[in-house]
Design a protein around this ligand. Structure first.
Ligand code: FES
Ligand code: FES
Length: 199
């Protein structure tokens, strides 16, 4: 039975991968420990436990977050996505598929964090966010080309002790291309329907 809330713990409802989980957590419990130790969502990995390696990266409201530096109580009311929530049934997320196709891993320990980061990187880039590697940061310049240097900079918070960086960069680039193609297909579909409506 879950312990009752006290002066040092609270009952929270965490929305993870579209499912609500009720639990009572000590106020000092990190989101990472709540995921792994309380909810058995062990896909999110603990590396350094101090915000330096990116192994514990999850998405909070679509943005990257290192779950070892976030408290579980502060995650209430947010939408949390972990690696377990990326695939749709048997259909891998395009970023997962690209990592698989291009061997974007070796031991795999950093991979869930790399994939969560890459999913957000691709969205951030598509939304026009610059990075420290972007040469022209004027808004009118639009999104910079997602070059290997851009990808390396944007993924620099995720370390890989196996050094699989070359394949990781290739996988992110391929997934970004697929994302762009899907977005452009969507534009075409919208153009077509607009024309159809106007005809
Ligand atoms: S375990 Fe969180 S950043 Fe390393
Ligand atoms: S694949 Fe081993 S740490 Fe990255």
């Amino acid at each position: 039975m879950a312990p009752a809330p006290s002066s040092t713990s609270s009952a929270v409802v965490l929305n993870i991968n579209g499912e609500k989980h009720q639990l009572t957590v000590d106020h000092r419990t990190t989101l990472l420990d709540a995921l792994r130790e309380r909810l058995d969502l062990t896909g999110t990995k603990k590396g350094c436990d101090q915000g330096q390696c990116g192994a514990c990266t999850v998405l909070v409201d679509g943005r990257r977050a290192v779950s070892c530096l976030n408290l579980a109580v502060a995650a209430e009311g947010r939408e949390i996505t972990t690696i377990e929530g990326m695939a749709e049934g048997d259909l891998l997320h395009p970023v997962q598929q690209a990592f698989l196709d291009l061997d974007g891993y070796q031991c795999g320990y950093c991979t869930p964090g790399q994939i969560c980061s890459a999913v957000a990187v691709i969205e951030e880039h598509a939304a026009g966010w610059p990075s420290a590697a972007t040469e022209d940061v004027r808004p009118e310049a639009g999104p910079p080309p997602l070059t290997p240097d851009e990808i390396r900079e944007r993924m620099s918070g995720n370390l890989c002790r196996c050094g699989a960086y070359v394949s990781i960069v290739e996988a992110v680039a391929r997934a970004a291309e697929a994302h762009d193609a899907t977005a452009h297909d969507g534009d075409g579909a919208r153009d077509g329907s607009a024309k159809g409506a106007a005809a």
